[in-house]
Design a protein around this ligand. Sequence first.
Ligand code: ATP
Ligand code: MG
Length: 583
Amino acid sequence: MENMENFSDTTNAASAEGNNFITASVKEDLASGRFDRVVTRFPPEPNGWLHIGHCKAFCIDFSIAEQFGGECNLRFDDTNPEKEDDSYVQAIKRDVKWMGFDWGDREFYASDYYEYLYDMAVKIIKKGLAYVDDLSEEEISAYRKTNFADKNNITETLPGQDSPWRNRSVEENLDLFARMRAGGFPDGAKTLRAKIDMKSPNLLMRDPVMYRIKRGFHYRTKDKWCIYPMYDFAHPLSDAKEGVTHSLCSLEYEIHRPLYDWFIREAEVFPSRQIEFARLNLTYTVLSKRWLLQLVQGKHVSGWDDPRMPTIAGLRRRGYTPEALRAFASQIGVAKMDSVVDMAFLEYCLRQDLNKRAQRVMAVIKPLKLIIENWEGNRFEELDAVNNPEDQSAGSRKIVFGRELWIEADDFVEIPPPKYYRLYPGNSVRLRYAYIITCAGYEKDEDGVVIAVHCTYDPSTRGGNAVDENGAPDNRRVKSTIHWTAAAKAVPITVRVYDNLFAVEKPMNVPANKTFLDNLSPHSLETIETAYAEPLLAHAEPEDRFQFERLGYFVRDADTENGKPVFNKTVGLRDTWKKIAGK
Ligand code: ATP
Ligand code: MG
């Protein structure tokens, strides 16, 4: 059995529930009186579908709120008109809900705060702490002196240089800012910048842009605005507006924290506190909406919910359960150091869950005909099969046995290699839930391909509870049990077998002349047009999950192909993680 000890070295961080550095900070803030309640938020930008990295983030956001009897807001951070869309809002809501989290009526949009954000900007201008700048975007970064490379190619940061417009009067700034809003200037002609410190070692503090002019159609505010607030300004003030106490985000925002605190302080608003945790990275995939969008737009996958995608919708269609994803999020914990989690660990969490709940069935995905020569006529017989050995309450079902069966082509060879215990001429195996059979011969077509296997069965070995002629247990041993379906009763199904989307562990590691797309695996999808399954699979509903005995876990897809229901392979039975951990 798989056991948790194998994972001691991947779970160096405390679990997301219980004690970790975030809960410690929150406790401290409550004890010191800094806050008297806990409010967190999950702030996706609606510019793509959520992936498993977001899933980690909102599991933390919701679970911290829950642990302290607080609230978690769902806020759409929609301050970028070009890339955002209502279809993404709907997809995000659907996925968070499916994961089992409920934000109630706490659904917010940064775009609802535009008027408030504008007022806050005016307040900061009035304090002499923001100015309208006429420099272009390129000039602004040149004046910042970012990443100066000297002749030895050593990157050094020089002090920045003030913009010639930095010392405009408050009155002039107020007037220009109002005219920016009123549409008096073309796109990019002016910006509003915070007046902080052009010599700060943190480049983000070198007079960051607060507003830009951009005539873009926003999916909610339409063309009401032609100026849009930048993330670093909008985010802390949106948190403050909602009374968010703990603004939890991934580690790349750590360097933004001084700026977060600066805007909160200077706007004199609710003192939200930002705390960072490690970003999730996974092997064999990419976790950024930007790259995922490229996969979708380039038709490298069938869509955001392609079962190979690390999106929540893709994982769902692949057969993942919310419980498995939550267990994964909880067990990887909330470390303060970025790391790459092994895909095999995610699969381990999934198997742990499916093993407990998935109905077992038999299906043959590379079919070969098996004929039982001594079977009496064309009669069929009903046998009992266990629905789930891990769950007594799942009960059993009847399966039909007959003269002609399908078995896996792999379960027969003409000449056995060493340690091959399945069918070959003269050898015996047990047919799962049925009888012991002995291979009597086989047939080939003109090309030498085996097209049928012949055998005899032993009627006294029925169901595995065999007794000999005298009623004593039959101690005959066979070394192998194989699965099968009755040819006349089986339903044809189509099976999609998936492998990692990328052929390498770290797809973003590429030489200069290549892109991550060059790392796509050519073997990530194999379609098996016709497999044969127990009749009950004809009635499976989309998202019904099964274990195909000996093959792995499979889920009914919503698709039907050429009249055949499609099943996606979720994950194999073999615990590859255990092997890796053992090394
Ligand atoms: P992407 O690069 O995929 O677009 P993002 O950070 O730009 O990610 P947002 O929609 O802004 O996407 O993210 C919403 C929240 O999810 C943020 O608080 C962010 O910290 C968190 N988040 C995003 N990706 C990850 C990840 N891989 N691991 C943990 N948290 C993440
Ligand atoms: Mg983002």
